[in-house]
Design a protein around this ligand. Structure first.
Ligand code: PMP
Length: 405
């Protein structure tokens, strides 16, 4: 039995009422709620350890530095990286991808080169590549989709040329829920010595991620989508790539020695961590990983899958509903439209029923253009959600339909 009641009691925000109704939170793909263990890790840090790290020789500064570096090892184990120095703390997925696009672009991309992404990418894994390619006069190519919202792998294989320098694809789509065949993509790209960056923002809270097994060159994710605070995230990079890339930002900590006319940069991972980092975020991230590990990623995955099956069958019973993303291999996230009702109108009524769903383009405007729709309503579940909450969503959708259709 999944200990759902105990788990729910650990997330204080789930006791909130909105419009006098118990709050149903189905916007987990945007950000997850935080358990007490994570909230306490942050307050504990400020109450007992707060100091700037890597700088002071005094007692608490050393303690805070140790806790920060231990957390790096916890992240390394969480994604099974080979070395802690391959783990860079960033502000989140967006900053991780910008770092690679900027540094990799400067070093390895020139006129006429090609970068491959897919049409399903979040703007965070789209705009940095688009802008870098525009600046460097390189060509950005897009893997198309099949009807069910999976990547057209045949098209992908035909896209690689001797000019391809990098492939950047999301592990899981934040709009369709599709889990992409990353291993297959990586094996194919590596046959031509092309590195692959994975946008793992939606994956880390749903799958056990093993960067060595994937053989990923870069893997990016955000803490706030996996029960940790906002403003903290990870860039994993294989040592050989991180060694080659130039630093992204300049300042304190990323230097070894500074002279009037030049600077010697610090070793990994500090070369990419300029300035005072988000230490409280790192403490929260460590607590969130421990929390997920204690629950067990297998158990989390099994409950999330049960919710997906339940919600899919219940929503499919609603007349006039169209679900976008129908592959079997998807996470518990359902994007849909009802007849020709605009997602914002439906979202407003669903909100008034005390249920938080996301409406709009979900930071994937090119995908909306590709699918020729204005946006979708997205309900994204996680392990603290229940089947009763899904039943309430069904009632709310029926109500929206009754009022708007
Ligand atoms: N990629 C995907 C697939 C996402 O879902 C998101 C967040 N919605 C991001 C990137 C960006 O993450 P962040 O805003 O935490 O940097």
């Amino acid at each position: 039995m999944f200990p759902i009641e105990k788990i729910r009691s650990e997330f204080p925000i789930l006791k909130t009422k909105v419009y006098n109704k118990p709050y149903v939170y189905f916007d987990n793909a945007a950000t997850t709620q935080k358990p007490m263990q994570v909230i306490r890790a942050i307050t504990d840090y400020y109450e007992k350890e707060n100091c700037n790290i890597h700088r002071g020789m005094h007692y608490l500064s050393v303690k805070a530095t140790e806790a920060y570096e231990e957390s790096r090892s916890v992240v390394r184990d969480f994604i099974n990286a080979d070395k802690s120095s391959e783990i860079i703390f960033t502000r989140g997925t967006t900053e991780s991808i910008n770092l690679v696009a900027d540094s990799f672009g400067k070093k390895f991309i020139s006129e006429g080169d090609e970068v491959i992404i897919s049409v399903m990418e979040h703007h965070s894994n789209f705009v940095p590549w688009q802008q870098m390619c525009l600046e460097r006069k390189a060509k950005l190519k897009f893997i198309p989709l099949l009807e069910d919202g999976s990547l057209d792998m045949k098209a992908f294989r035909e896209m690689i040329t001797e000019k391809t320098r990098l492939v950047a694809v999301s592990h899981i789509s934040n709009v369709l829920g599709t889990v992409n065949p990353m291993k297959e993509i990586i094996v194919h790209a590596h046959q031509s010595d092309i590195p692959v960056l994975i946008d793992g923002a939606q994956a880390v809270a749903h799958l056990t991620v093993d960067v060595q097994d994937l053989d990923a060159d870069f893997y990016c994710f955000s803490g706030h989508k996996m029960y940790a605070p906002m403003g903290i995230g990870i860039l994993y990079g294989k040592e050989k790539w991180l060694e080659e890339l130039p630093p992204y930002q300049m300042g304190g900590e990323m230097i070894k020695d500074v002279y009037f006319d030049h600077t010697v940069f610090n070793e990994l991972p500090f070369k990419f961590e300029a300035g005072t980092p988000n230490v409280e975020g790192v403490m929260g991230l460590r607590a969130a990983i421990n929390y997920m590990n204690d629950l067990g990623m297998d158990k989390i995955g099994a409950w999330q899958h049960e919710l997906l099956l339940y919600a899919t069958s219940k929503l499919n019973e609603i007349e006039g509903i169209k679900i976008f993303g129908t592959t079997a291999n998807k996470i518990c996230l359902i994007s849909f439209l009802i007849h020709n009702i605009h997602p914002y109108d439906a979202g407003l009524i669903i909100d008034k029923m005390g249920i938080a769903v996301r409406t709009g383009h979900h930071c994937a405007e090119p995908l909306m253009e590709y699918l020729n729709i204005p946006g979708t309503i997205r309900a994204s579940f996680t392990f603290y959600n229940t089947k009763e909450e899904i039943d309430r969503l069904v009632v709310a959708i029926e109500k929206a339909k009754e009022m708007l259709f």
